[in-house]
Design a protein around this ligand. Structure first.
Ligand code: SF4
Ligand code: SF4
Length: 165
């Protein structure tokens, strides 16, 4: 141990052994950063606007004539965190099934995007929403009231998927 310490000390030159110049150099570097442009964001006053490639919380696409989801259950099967619960029901429309119940447990979701990848209808997509606040476990279970988002608000992501999926 002592031998190692000695060999480290031997590698230092005269000025480094004095330490004071090295401390001054370190302080100089710190001060020089004080006058450079700052990249810190004052969140939540200054918000971050993500691009279409961002993977925020998963949401369901809501079109003018209703939700796109046909309750096939693929997203629920593929979800590695077992966060999605879908219950299908019949419709009278051309589209035969719809999700009577669709829930995502946001405490479980790991934002992997598998649900989006597997969906045959492009009905579930990753949004730009990263602001998730809940006080109880129950609040973290998002139902259709929170999951359905108008298609107009998801254009960036849908465009991104069309280009890169
Ligand atoms: S993003 Fe991943 S973890 Fe979250 S609901 Fe979709 S598949 Fe499950
Ligand atoms: S969101 Fe897509 S994958 Fe999930 S149940 Fe609906 S149609 Fe099927």
């Amino acid at each position: 141990m002592n031998r190692r310490k000695n060999s480290e000390a031997e590698r230092l030159n005269f000025w480094e052994k004095l330490y004071i110049p090295e401390i001054a150099k370190g302080l100089g570097l710190t001060f020089s950063y004080m006058f450079r442009p700052k990249f810190t964001r004052q969140y939540p006053e200054e918000r971050f606007e993500p691009t279409g490639s961002y993977r925020g919380r998963p949401v369901l696409v809501l079109e003018e004539d209703g939700e796109r989801c046909v309750a096939c259950g693929l997203c629920s099967r593929v979800c590695p965190a077992l966060a999605i619960e879908v219950q299908a029901a019949e419709t009278e429309k051309e589209k035969e099934r719809y999700p009577e119940k669709f829930e995502i447990n946001m405490l479980r979701c790991i934002f992997c995007g598998f649900c989006e990848e597997v969906c045959p209808e492009e009905a579930i997509v990753m949004s730009k929403d990263y602001d998730l606040v809940f006080e109880t476990k129950k609040d973290a279970i998002y139902g259709k009231d929170k999951l359905l988002v108008p298609i107009a608000e998801l254009q960036d992501r849908l465009e991104f998927l069309r280009q890169y999926k």
